[in-house]
Design a protein around this ligand. Structure first.
Ligand SMILES: [Ca+2]
Ligand SMILES: [Ca+2]
Length: 369
């Protein structure tokens, strides 16, 4: 009896919060229309304007979520997700469906057909909501490449499937398909069922912050953005916290060198503790060059004893004296790196290696889930 009334209260609360559920940055989901019991099967053929029961955030430039009417692995309909930006940061193209959960089944298995064009990274996740309306998620399946640098995948309809453990206290679940990288995917024939055969999931985190190490626009601080320090004061070098040139917010970090070359010690740097169990990190940043010979972004992995492994992430130009300097507007640089075993801290260095001026903004570091 108590369960029934709680379920009623939850349902009413969710219905009351519907306008909020439409906002981009929330993962709240609606229960419209009445969700089906499991096993759940949906070929995405029914609906008016959009596939019945499926939700997506409000539209955003470069992000597409559409009910496809002329392509299906079964029938003639599916859902298409598209993203134009190669940045592995939000907004993502995503779509989800909330389902009833019986409160007993220890695991959930999801199966669906997926068609992909030029996809590096997409995921099929199961999300869990507790009594306090906190959402967490587990990855059921990954769609895309395994290692940075591989060619994005293209394939016709293929089965993707995965099972996840349901955390204690789960009141409802949602199945979500999310396109993180650029590309296009379609999905169809979604099947969700209870199972007791699933791998023990190690990671469970808040959906909105899952895997995020940092998103830094260099906005706040006193003499420099919070937690950023710079290298030595040398003749002809300026370390600038610039408040006139930026991609977002109202500030960026810049470096200026009057002439000649410099070493990597001329940099802005910030250090993070590496505590995540993941050994892969997605990193992106925006850079702008003004009459610049060369700049670079390095990552330095240090173990408990301080032994370091240094790796170049991005580079502009060449640190040679007799070449023509480069100027370009903001460009986005993105990559994925493997975190070496035993890493305790991760330092990002934003360097200038030759004369000119370079700006940095919008650093994002994320452990992919
Ligand atoms: Ca279909
Ligand atoms: Ca900024």
């Amino acid at each position: 009896m108590r369960c029934v009334s709680l379920a009623l209260v939850c349902t009413i609360l969710v219905i009351l919060s519907l306008p909020i559920a439409c906002a981009w940055d929330t993962v709240s989901v609606s229960l419209l229309p009445a969700p089906a019991d499991m096993p759940f099967y949906d070929s995405l053929e029914e609906g008016a304007g959009f596939a019945a029961g499926w939700r997506s955030p409000s539209s955003h430039p470069g992000i597409l979520c559409a009910w496809e009417q002329s392509m299906g692995s079964e029938g003639h309909s599916s859902i298409r997700l598209g993203k134009t930006s190669y940045l592995l940061t939000p907004p993502f193209a995503t779509c989800w469906r909330t389902l009833k959960y019986d409160g007993k089944s220890p695991g959930i298995k999801v199966t669906m057909k997926v068609r992909a064009i030029d996809v590096s990274k997409a995921s099929i996740d199961v999300q869990f909501c507790d009594a306090d309306d906190n959402w967490t998620a587990r990855r059921a399946a990954h769609v895309g490449i395994k290692i940075s640098g591989e060619t994005p995948i293209i394939h016709h309809w293929q089965d993707y499937s995965g099972a996840v453990e349901v955390p204690p206290g789960t009141r409802k679940i949602a199945v979500a398909v999310t396109l993180v990288s650029a590309g296009t995917i379609w999905f169809d024939e979604v099947r969700v069922e209870c199972t007791d055969d699933f791998p023990k999931g190690e990671f469970l985190a808040n959906v909105e912050t899952a895997g995020l190490l940092v998103e830094d626009g260099f906005e706040s601080g006193i003499e420099a953005p919070d937690q950023w320090t710079h290298g030595p004061q040398l003749d002809g070098i300026k370390y600038i916290w610039d408040k006139e040139t930026f991609v977002d917010g109202s500030a960026s970090l810049a470096l200026e060198k009057k002439k000649g070359q410099t070493g990597p010690e001329v940099c802005w740097r910030r250090t993070f503790e590496h505590k995540d169990s993941a050994d892969i990190l997605d990193i992106s940043i925006h850079m702008k060059a003004e009459k610049l010979l060369a700049a670079a972004v390095d990552i330095v992995f240090r173990d408990e004893e301080g032994a370091e492994i240094r790796q170049n992430l991005f580079a502009i130009g060449k640190p040679k004296v007799n070449i023509k300097p480069i100027s370009h507007e903001w460009k986005t640089f993105a990559t994925q790196v493997r975190v070496p075993d035993g890493t305790a801290t991760i330092t990002i260095e934003l360097q200038i290696l030759g004369r000119g001026r370079v700006y940095f903004d919008g650093l994002s570091m994320r452990y992919p889930r």
